[in-house]
Design a protein around this ligand. Structure first.
Ligand code: WT7
Length: 656
């Protein structure tokens, strides 16, 4: 995480090039300021005007914002629309034959799907789902590889008004079960297997395991896309093959017109308790946020070839794969594999081959590619690129400079985009034709987004001081509630502890420099950011203590060169402190256990065993101390309140 000192040392600044600005959607700092002023002046008219321009309404709205039930805000609530109509049908008259998706599989096969083709695929699946009585408001869990079919599944749900909940293919059967259960899903859409980096992941087998308990009996349909032809177990009462299921379905499917506030999807994310939160998004407000950011931040142009490398299992893959680019009528690349297979030049090869203009990826991918071949991009023709983007965690200035020079050849602005699952679309990010960039800063809020840094009382802190990052005014793409838990929604995001519950509290701390640039410093809660994935420490702790040999566990993060943060677990075993020879075995067992309980992404990088954990006399685990121990720092903090100071010695050194 950047410190205030490191931020202060960053003095490089990159002004937008004239060629870029002159064609940009927001062509100057003054133009950006004018938009901000317009929003400041009359926030509701600002958003109303954009909602009218950007969205094809079936029934126009008359009310812009309803805040009577704050913080349960409603936007454009008496309007009616269909998001899939906005992403597909809308383009059929003007550009049916434009390629919507250039798909490249793990093993290099390329499939192009036009708007016409995509529309037909979506209609067929939507009709097939309707024939099975899956209707508006029903929940559908999607557990799919990164392929055209994943987008088709999401769009088909949107078309019929079903609420999708995509679960990332790296989550375990147990995590999948928990999400299916919480959502009360009636159907699951999956594939026989997923293929990434030449390795197969048996998605259908995992779905079978997730559905093996009676408490998911409400799932009456499992649609299986055949990816590899692997032998799978088939339950004829419940399972159907995608190709058979859609074979005779009609090519036209009248969209289900829904209210603006109808939930488009829920997406589970980690918070500071053990249970994942089902973030619920709206239809119209969400769509508006993705469209505006496509234009303001990605400076979208019809000739662009857009490529966001995120998996549809995360919010980035929702907003900037499944919805935003399609809503704009863009051509985008979807890639099934990983950046390092068959070699570390795969990303650069794809950019070269498909003439990608806009490339959006994560700092962790950038760092790992630097390590595997810092000079590799030079071997590729990357002149099609005009804009680069970064998301998921703070990008360290060295990685920023490498991205800028080696990939963008010092010609392409980098948009460092700060946002969250809960905000639905970009919140703080540079309009690339308008704002001078500083490596490591996400710069300024989007027009209409009232981001601020405040102290506990909710007062703005002065530039140069760190504080809580909040958003003061409601905005269209914001989270509506947590699925089935509106109390937790209020506590988590409109906490009385910060600003008396008046503001959306992001959970991040941040700092503004002397010129007002925003710098994100990290989370203020017990949430880790590992390779751009959000992980709750409590979730990993409860997974660990669920193992029969674990008495107690505490999990903290530690800075990691590639992943951003690494997961360090401190574990107290039941019975004896393990012998040196036993430690390797039990470490392996517990890592695999966490992979089974949550998913491989949550595996602790390091496990340290102790006879106890450092606690205060009242029994509270002192995580601050654990964080210092994890980093290998000398303990300089006051340990006089510690019940058992001797424990620190034992936990100090990582066990081999
Ligand atoms: C958390 C949200 C938003 C899509 C991907 C992650 C961190 C995200 C940045 C950035 C610094 C960032 C924050 C945030 N984060 N983007 N550009 N600079 N930090 O979504 O899983 O909901 O995680 O990711 O800590 O709160 P998410």
């Amino acid at each position: 995480m950047p410190t205030i000192e490191s931020i202060l040392k960053e003095t490089r600044i990159f002004s937008p090039a004239k060629e870029f600005s002159s064609k940009a959607n927001i062509p100057s700092f003054e133009a950006y300021q004018a938009l901000c002023a317009e929003a400041e002046d009359d926030n509701l008219s600002f958003w109303a005007k954009r909602a009218q321009e950007q969205i094809a309404w079936h029934k126009p709205f008359t009310q812009v914002l309803n805040d009577r039930m704050a913080p349960f805000f409603q936007w454009f609530s008496d309007g009616e629309l269909n998001v899939s109509y906005n992403c597909l049908d809308r383009h059929l008259e003007t550009q049916a034959d434009k390629v919507a998706i250039i798909f490249e599989s793990d093993d290099g096969e390329i499939i192009r799907s036009t708007y016409h083709d995509l529309h037909q695929r979506v209609c067929k699946l939507a009709n097939a789902l309707k024939s099975q009585n899956i209707n508006k408001g029903d929940r559908v869990v999607i557990y799919m590889p990164m392929r055209i079919e994943a987008v088709v599944a999401m769009q088909a749900c949107a078309r019929i008004g079903a609420i999708h909940s995509v679960v990332f293919g790296g989550f375990s059967a147990k995590s999948l079960h928990e999400r299916i259960q919480d959502a009360g899903a009636v159907a699951v859409i999956t594939a026989d297997e997923q293929v990434r980096g030449g390795k197969r992941n048996p998605l259908k087998l995992i779905v079978d395991e997730a559905l093996s308990k009676a408490d998911t009996a409400f799932v009456r349909l499992v649609v299986v896309y055949q990816r590899t032809g692997a032998d799978i177990r088939f339950d004829p009462a419940r399972d159907v093959w995608w190709h058979e299921f859609t074979e005779n379905a009609g090519l036209q499917c009248e969209p289900e017109w829904v209210g603006a506030e109808h939930p488009l999807f829920t997406l589970y994310t980690s918070g500071s308790t053990g249970k994942p939160k089902g973030v619920q998004h709206s239809s119209a407000g969400y769509l508006l946020g993705t469209k505006e950011s496509m234009q303001w931040i990605f400076d979208y142009k019809p000739a662009d070839v857009f490529w966001c490398t995120a998996d549809v299992g995360w919010i980035t893959g929702h907003s900037y794969v499944a919805y935003g680019p399609l809503a704009m009528g863009a051509t985008q690349v979807i890639f099934e594999g990983i950046p390092t297979y068959p070699n570390a030049g795969r990303f650069w090869e794809i950019i070269q081959k498909h003439k990608v203009t806009t490339f959006y990826t994560a700092p962790t991918a950038i760092r790992s590619l630097i390590k595997l071949g810092a000079d590799l991009p030079e071997q590729y023709e990357l002149s099609s690129l005009r804009l680069l983007g970064s998301v998921g965690e703070p990008i360290n200035p060295e990685a920023w400079m490498w991205f800028y020079e080696k990939v963008g050849r010092s010609r392409c602005p980098i948009v460092d985009t700060w946002w969250q699952t809960e905000t639905g679309s970009h919140m703080i990010a540079p309009a690339p034709g308008a704002i001078a960039l500083k490596p490591g800063s996400c710069t300024f809020p989007l027009p209409g987004i009232s981001a601020a840094i405040v102290d506990e009382a909710g007062h703005d802190v002065e530039n140069g001081k760190g504080g809580f990052l909040v958003i003061k005014k409601p905005f269209p793409s914001q989270i509506r509630t947590l699925w089935g838990d509106s109390e937790r929604f209020k506590e988590a995001y409109f906490s009385k502890d910060i600003g008396c519950g008046k503001y959306y509290v992001s959970g991040d701390s941040a700092y503004r420099d002397i010129e007002g640039y925003f710098w994100i410093m990290g989370r203020t809660d017990d949430v880790l950011n590992v390779s751009g994935h959000r992980l709750g420490t409590m979730e990993i702790e409860s997974a660990l203590v669920a193992h029969p040999s674990v008495a107690e566990a505490a999990v903290v993060g530690k800075p990691h060169e590639i992943k951003g943060e690494a997961v360090i677990a401190f574990v107290v075993l039941k019975g004896q402190y393990p012998h040196a020879e036993e430690i390797t075995q039990i470490t392996h067992t517990l890592r695999e256990w966490v992979a089974k309980e949550i998913g491989p992404i949550a595996k602790p990088d390091e496990i340290r065993f102790g006879e106890n954990l450092p606690k205060t006399r009242s029994g509270k685990i002192m995580r601050r101390l654990l964080r210092s121990l994890a980093k290998g720092e000398e303990i300089t903090q006051d340990v006089s309140t510690l019940e058992n100071p001797a424990i620190l010695e034992q936990l100090k050194y990582p066990e081999k």
